[in-house]
Design a protein around this ligand. Structure first.
Ligand code: KG4
Ligand code: ZN
Length: 341
């Protein structure tokens, strides 16, 4: 039996676990905001040689890393098993084999330590990076832009656990588009940070198309990707370093232009008190600068290491689940195509 009083303790320490994709991560979070530890074992180097994530390789790597990563998170947080008050784990969306590793380890810990446990939506967790290490928490209602390798979502958040989906990508996600652009330009994987680096030495002087999808809050980036492919076929781009940099800068500019303009328009229309950015693409400096420079509505941006996949955001989100009495049972299954709102 779970001791419900545990959930009402003043300083509640949650162990967050994240294995949805190619990062094995564990963190200890106090009261949903304070990071006591945040350990991430990245598999990027392993997958880079294949030019993308290989699901089978990812789940096997999670199996190897998960126990040492959790032990490290507890040691760095100076927290023993007995000091923990709950376990939160990502159960979707993501790769089934990867999610299964985290969920089953979380269940084993909860069962053996008699701790409450909660399954967390990875997209919701990304949003909660905006609660970490902040003196003042975000104000509701807020508009959340989640931009990652698999998702570009606009979600209205009216309160903790209250989400309404306004828009999503109709094809490629923003991060996926950047990853594919880097592949077309033969720059390597993952594409987002590489395109950002190239863009720093280039100029956004080429005009690539923007899919505005007027009247809808949805996004679309596959036409932009196709336009890039045709441009590279028609012009001698590869090997011409300054042209590659200009192409990268122009492609990135097209992605940013659509994300920033559509998000600010939606925020003004609703209206909301704040815009919350999250997901790996939100670590892009050009994008965050554009938001901060142009938005009339306050914008919250987590630091880059809390935008990309981590378990601190899972622990923060889990804390609010526990506060709302949102506990999971031991038959919780993984949901690879889970959505939010
Ligand atoms: O949130 P995340 O770490 O994992 C998923 O949930 O997918 O996001 C990964 C995505 C990748 O597509 C990666 O290329 C992109 O975020 N990304 C970036 C940057 N850093 C990571 N995109 C643009 N600029 C960056 N600096
Ligand atoms: Zn993610």
């Amino acid at each position: 039996m779970i001791n419900i009083e545990l959930l009402e303790r003043r300083n509640m320490k949650i162990l967050g676990i994240e294995t949805s994709c190619d990062e094995t991560a564990a963190a200890v979070i106090e009261n949903g905001t304070r990071i006591l530890s945040n350990v991430v074992a990245s598999q990027i180097e392993i997958h880079a040689r294949y030019g993308g994530i290989v699901p089978e390789v990812a789940s096997r790597q999670h199996m190897l890393s998960i126990v040492p990563v959790i032990e490290k998170a507890l040691t760095e947080a100076k927290t023993s098993w007995q000091d923990l008050d709950g376990v939160a784990v990502t159960f979707g969306p993501g790769l089934a084999g990867s999610l299964l590793v985290g969920v089953n380890v979380a269940k084993a810990i909860a069962l053996s330590q008699n701790l409450p446990f909660t399954g967390v939506n990875h997209l919701e967790a990304h949003i909660y990076a905006n609660w970490l290490n902040k003196e003042k928490p975000p104000s509701f209602p807020c508009l959340c832009l989640i931009i990652s390798g698999g998702h570009s979502e606009l979600v209205l958040m009216k309160g903790h656990g209250q989400f309404e989906k306004l828009g999503r990508t109709r094809d490629d996600a923003a991060g996926e588009a950047l990853d594919k652009a880097a592949r077309i330009l033969e720059l390597g994987y993952p594409g987002g940070p590489i395109i950002e680096k190239e863009a720093s030495s280039g100029k956004p002087c080429l005009q690539f198309p923007r899919a505005w999808l007027k009247g809808s809050h949805d996004f679309s980036f596959s036409g932009l990707k196709t336009a890039l492919w045709h441009f590279v076929q028609k012009n001698q781009v590869l090997g011409n370093n300054s042209l590659v940099a200009n192409v990268a800068a122009s492609f990135q500019e097209a992605v940013i232009d659509v994300l920033v303009t559509k998000t600010i328009n939606a925020a003004e229309e609703l209206p909301v008190k704040q815009i919350l950015l999250s997901g790996g693409v939100a670590s892009n400096k050009f994008l965050t600068k554009r938001f901060l420079d142009t938005s009339p509505i306050p914008v919250s941006v987590p630091p880059p290491h809390l935008c990309t996949d981590n378990a601190a955001m899972v622990g923060a989100c889990g804390y609010y689940h526990f506060q709302n009495g949102n506990l999971s049972s031991y038959d919780l299954d993984v949901v690879p195509s889970l959505s939010l709102g």
